[in-house]
Design a protein around this ligand. Sequence first.
Ligand code: PMP
Length: 407
Amino acid sequence: MTGTTQDDYTDLYARRVRGMTTSEIRALFAVASRPEVVSLAGGSPYISALPLDAVGEMLGRLAAEHGASSLQYGIGQGTIDLRERICEVMALSGINGASPDDVVVTVGGQQAIDLLARLFLDPGDVVLAEGPSYVGALGVFQAAQAQVVHVAMDDEGLIPAALEESIAAVARSGRRAKFLYTIPTFQNPAGVTLSEERREQVLDICERAGLLVVEDDPYGMLSFEGDAPLPLRARRHDGVFYVSTFSKTFAPGLRVGWILAPHAVREKLVMMSEANVLCPSAFAQGAVTQYLTNMPWREQVKTYRELYRERRDALVTALRDLMPAGTAWTHPTGGLFVWVTLPEGLDSKAMMPRAIAARVAYVPGTGFYADGTGTGNMRLNFSYATPERLREGVRRLSGVMQQELAM
Ligand code: PMP
């Protein structure tokens, strides 16, 4: 709906819709996708790196040879073939012994977060989340009428003492915190990773406080320097819900993700999902299953990793060479994003129209906080643009910042 369209339905909207505003990313996509704009704004994987002809042949065969099942309705939990493959994929990340029976296939990681919110959150409940956190999860929690309390991070991820403090403050205020939503590895948007030592501390703190952990791990396989630390779910079975997706290791267009849930909860998640989408796409699940079974998918993940490492290097080098003094940024060892802290006095949201006029786009930091903070930050993506375009984008951005600083 455009800003000029009158909305005659405002009196009728459900309460959960009232706080909903257009996300900054959504508004940006329209302009950022113009070819003359260097977009550092999105979060899209570099799909052109896939062997598209081979994927096309595979999809053709999936319809022609297996259409009776792949084009039919499926079951709410997802196909057993895919759930078995998912357990093998998780084992590669160190989550061993998971049963396909405890896996629920979802429409991307996004639906997984939504199902967990529907299952656990009443209006007014508190979710603890890193500050900053994934914009799509913040949208889910807002729709659930939950309150997000952000917990500070540093270069080693979530700060355990800050987590303890937040838990105590929520308890003092008489509210109920249900879970910690965390992206411990190659975090979106901050690009930082929770250290080994802190993983244990965070789990201990949550266990003591009776807080569930929702571990969102879309990027764990996209490591640039050795293997990522073991997921939280590999360290504790109880109370940890593990969410992941094939969006970043294969292709987001298929919309296939999953939840590994404690057994007792799995049935309720399936019921919620059936009420939501009936079943995840049988065709998309078939495509992922075929891909994991018959194509060199681990080689493809390696290709993504090498490509993104090169682009991370290009972006970080450009930032070092070109950014004005007083600018700081994180040094991601995997994933897709760098988090930039602007020099004192600059406002990433206010600067955005000038950046677009200079043909460069980013996401202002405010998009990643539920409470309006983040004006001094921005998220830059390095998975999509070529190294040359990344450098050109930083050059344009730096020009805009220098002008702002001179004002
Ligand atoms: N969680 C995080 C942290 C993400 O960055 C994303 C996608 N950008 C998702 C979940 C959802 O991904 P999808 O629905 O494509 O699986």
